[in-house]
Design a protein around this ligand. Structure first.
Ligand SMILES: Nc1ncnc2c1ncn2[C@@H]1O[C@H](COP(=O)(O)OP(=O)(O)OP(=O)(O)O)[C@@H](O)[C@H]1O
Length: 513
């Protein structure tokens, strides 16, 4: 009796969890076990069921079948508050805090301390400060609405909220995908620290090298089912990809393009600071930099989405971008894939096929042609096959029913479908799985080279994924504090060099000494 081994209960146990949406089995009998003191990876292709599983865990999605336990005690949440009450904190990629409340209020939300009839602001600040200090996040301001904080700071507030409520299970939903490299590194270290403190950490990510680095075990989902489970040391990212896809995937390797003489875009700062950026027909140019360096602002200024007297634009595609803004793409001119697909990229309530073919529909309704329903379906199906869009059984279903990564594939496909001369891609593969990433790179490279006898296009890519820029681009410039350095051949650069330049206190000046 005294010799009996005590098996500690797993932090989290799920058995046979299922969730159907009409004919789609988002989850089909999924099992998951996560221990205290481990970081557990959860990976799978776009549409594999990861977000649905997190929704079930957080109490936001009601499963059709299955059972769950937290620390050995049955868990059947009726809503998101139940998770936190049972010590489970979910850190979402999108803002899930109350944006108009500040960090101190968000950390104590649901458990606001009172002194008599009044809120005890001093106690709230003490609690928030203590939790943020534990995270080494003294730089997060307490008195600012969290809607105005950076993505990285908001995540820290969410983790602080979990810590303050005594959470022992932390679930991270693609936490590094909207962060720059330094913030992503900080978050990975934080997850490791939570593990050292004995917490259980679930890490959902498409960044497989990060998964390989920090995870003790990894559960792989495919088509809503368990596909594999790996222990640390038993897998590498190639093995993960094979388990996710159920087949070998061809890696993307680009033969560098040949830039033609024609300048499609020439962007320079009106105050003469830094270098000008030129995109010629036939080439892919990348812009690296930290989050907040001003890269997105450059694209938005070009499109006239924001009044910005800092930038002057010239070149063939410079005169008409605004006219082609509707639907984010158009014939001739330039087209943009926005980094904010939910608000600016897609019409979430409109059908999948309309979202895909919007540029053509736009022209059709303007009297430049007519798109028959059969034609719409054919074009949409072609893209769905080319990019492996999962879950698009019914092309007339609203696009919000697709998983996040599959929505992103549609946003990119739509731009590829338009015949813009200049493509501007802002974080084009955020949330996209490895297989589809390679497919998107291949299609973009083909467009730059001139496919099926079409004229070569020019491409400008903004990305926080340095590997992506190095794989895809002919030349890469780094932006620091709104000022661009010189675009240099990608072959002469590596991630380290780009990161060094991006984190330099001052940008390189026009005339090196
Ligand atoms: N509200 C919904 N209505 C219909 N289908 C849905 C709904 N939510 C999810 N689905 C479907 O369930 C499947 C699983 O989606 P889920 O979002 O869980 O995938 P995921 O693994 O998180 O993908 P991603 O990596 O792209 O975020 C997909 O086929 C998706 O289209």
């Amino acid at each position: 009796m005294t010799n009996q081994r005590v098996t500690p209960e797993p932090a989290l146990r799920l058995v046979g969890v299922s969730k159907h949406y009409g004919p789609t089995a988002a989850l089909d009998g999924v099992d998951l076990e996560v221990r205290f003191g481990e970081v557990h990876g959860l990976v799978g292709e776009n549409g594999a069921g990861k977000s649905t599983l997190l929704g079930v865990l957080a109490g936001a999605v009601r499963p059709d079948a299955g059972a769950m336990w937290i620390d050995g005690v049955a868990y059947a949440p009726a809503g998101p508050a139940d998770g936190l009450a049972r010590g489970l904190a979910t850190v979402y990629q999108e803002l899930s805090l109350a944006p108009h409340l500040d960090a101190a209020e968000n950390v104590s939300l649901g458990r606001l301390p009172r002194r008599g009839p009044l809120l005890d602001r001093a106690a709230m600040e003490r609690t928030a400060r203590a939790a943020l200090d534990r995270l080494g996040a003294a730089d997060v301001p307490l008195g600012v609405p969290v809607g105005r904080l950076s993505a990285a700071q908001r995540q820290l507030v969410e983790i602080a909220r979990g810590l303050a409520s005594g959470a022992r299970v932390f679930v991270f939903d693609e936490p590094t995908s909207s962060l720059g490299r330094p913030e992503a590194e900080r978050l990975l270290v934080l997850m490791e620290e939570l593990r050292s403190d004995g917490a259980a950490v679930v890490f959902v990510s498409h960044a497989l090298e990060e998964v390989e680095r920090v995870c003790d075990r990894v559960t792989v989902l495919r088509d809503g089912c368990n596909a594999a489970r790996f222990e640390r040391g038993d897998f590498d990212d190639e093995e993960l990809v094979r388990a996710m896809a159920g087949r070998e995937l061809a890696a993307f390797e680009r033969t560098r393009g040949t830039a033609l003489a024609e300048v499609l875009l020439h962007a320079r700062r009106s105050d003469g600071r830094g270098q000008a950026l030129t995109v010629r027909r036939g080439e892919i140019v990348g812009v690296a930099g930290l989050v907040g360096a001003g890269r997105t602002e450059l694209l938005r200024a070009y499109f006239g989405l924001e009044r910005d007297p800092n930038w002057v634009f010239e070149g063939r595609a410079a005169s008409t971008p605004r006219a082609h803004w509707r639907g984010h793409a158009g014939s001739g001119g330039a087209g943009l894939v926005s980094e904010d697909r939910a608000h600016e990229g897609l019409a979430l309530e409109r059908p999948i096929d309309e979202n895909l073919c919007l540029p053509r529909l736009d022209r059709a309704t303007r009297g430049f042609g007519w798109l028959a329903p059969g034609d719409l379906r054919r074009r949409a199906t072609r893209w769905i096959d080319a990019l492996g869009v999962r879950g698009a059984h019914d092309l007339r279903a609203p696009i919000r029913t697709l998983s996040g990564g599959n929505q992103q594939k549609v946003a990119v496909a739509r731009l590829l479908e338009a015949d813009s001369e200049l493509l501007l891609l802002d974080e084009p593969t955020r949330g996209v799985d490895v297989g589809a990433k390679a497919e998107i790179y291949r299609l973009v490279a083909e467009l730059a080279a001139g496919r099926d006898g079409a004229a070569p296009r020019g491409v400008l890519v903004v990305s926080s994924d340095l590997g992506e820029l190095l794989a895809l681009c002919d030349r890469i410039a780094v932006m620091v504090g709104g000022v661009l350095g010189a675009a240099r051949p990608a072959d002469e650069l590596d991630e380290h060099a780009l990161l060094l330049e991006a984190t330099a206190a001052r940008p390189r000046t026009r005339t090196p000494a």
